[in-house]
Ligand binder design. Sequence first.
Ligand SMILES: [Fe+2]
Ligand SMILES: [Fe+2]
Length: 276
Amino acid sequence: MTATLTKPAWDFEYETQLLDRLVAQHAPNLPVVDRSETRPPETPEEIKNIGQYRVFAAAHDLFIVQAIAKAIGPIIDDPHWQLILSRQLGDDGVHALDSVLRARELLGYDPIDEVNQLIQAQWDDLGDLPIRDWFGFAAFQLHYELHNVAPFLLNGKVGRIKDPETSSYFADKVIPDEAVHRYAVIDWWKERYDAASVDEKAELAAKLLEVDNEFQRRRSANLKNNYWHKGYLAAGIDDIEEIGDIYDAWRREDLSYLLDIPIDQLPPLVSVHDDA
Ligand SMILES: [Fe+2]
Ligand SMILES: [Fe+2]
């Protein structure tokens, strides 16, 4: 394992360049659409699909709230990181609330029972892994805040149907908040990793990779069946065939960056395709 002494900051510019590079590599013919080519939902089916997507988004965000609430104290006892997590909890709670309210407008009923079922399904898949210990919580934060970013950004690039309320809320609130969340997760990991000795780093890296892979195994079906599928339906597009390859490649980049291990020296990772 080779420590990289100077590396670029993981910021908006870094992410943009990374996504462009991965798209060029894995999906050079991705049918990117200009914002002027998009339109609001028109048919009852299109409106329902966006409503269902917001129901799922609410379940994603409220699951984060539940996991962080359980971790503050037992797993995260440092008041500095408790403060940072409190902000994330508050932001993701507001995202969940907005999703429920918009879904209610679009669907014409209160979807809270469906939100609850979708949250329960995540706990059923993941078990206690997100709150099992420090590493489980680290894997949870990486999977929920960082590893899933590329497919989310790609949907925005190729989607043909956009709900104006959802788009403006995402642009003004969700996207800036989520950037803060994932940069904080990176800082939190780095604080511990950068202070470790060479031997401790090797142990930390091996442990994180093991738990991150376990998380991937438990989450792949949900990513494909819900996150991506519902996203496509809402955006009025067919399957993005290369999404799994881009997801895997982005996750490799995340882990390579966090562990200071060059991509070609990382061990093989569990792929989102493995659970097919
Ligand atoms: Fe969120
Ligand atoms: Fe978040």
